[in-house]
Design a protein around this ligand. Sequence first.
Ligand SMILES: [Zn+2]
Length: 186
Amino acid sequence: MTMTEPSGRAPAPGPLRLVQEFVNTLDAEEGRDLLADPATFSAWLGERGLADTGPPPGDRDLAAAVELREALRALLRVNCGAAPDPRASALVNRMSAEVPVRVEVGSDGAATLRGSGFLATVLAAAGTAMLDGSWARLKACAGPECEWAFYDRSRNRSGLWCDMAVCGSRHKVRAYRSRQRGTLSP
Ligand SMILES: [Zn+2]
């Protein structure tokens, strides 16, 4: 399963890629939301081998998935310099108290977080990245109309835009205009 990144950036490594792809089920710019109906969500899960054997996702599953997705996006905004959103961390904490995430220790003594079911799998992937430090590189683009999740491989982790040529230059234009109007740039 390859993912097209708008800037040609490489996707996030390991299980964190699932979090990235999940957050990017919403493409705000294109107005595409794969969680808008159960059929597209099911297809998305199926492509990743994550479809449960039980009934297809219902309205409540969709609503929970959207809640988690947007809480994760809020956490990824923080990785791009936004102020922490206590509601986002509270939602993640509440959800992970409700779904089974477990520690699995291999014969080599290495521990892995694993989840049963889709939400738990995403939470386990996010938790693993938070513990190993790779989380800080996954960011929600600072473009207010974009917020696409991208993985910042730059040495000093200074990236703010999914694509400098698109969201970065838009920001420059906005900043320039607001300076011309004599107002502070947003
Ligand atoms: Zn962007």
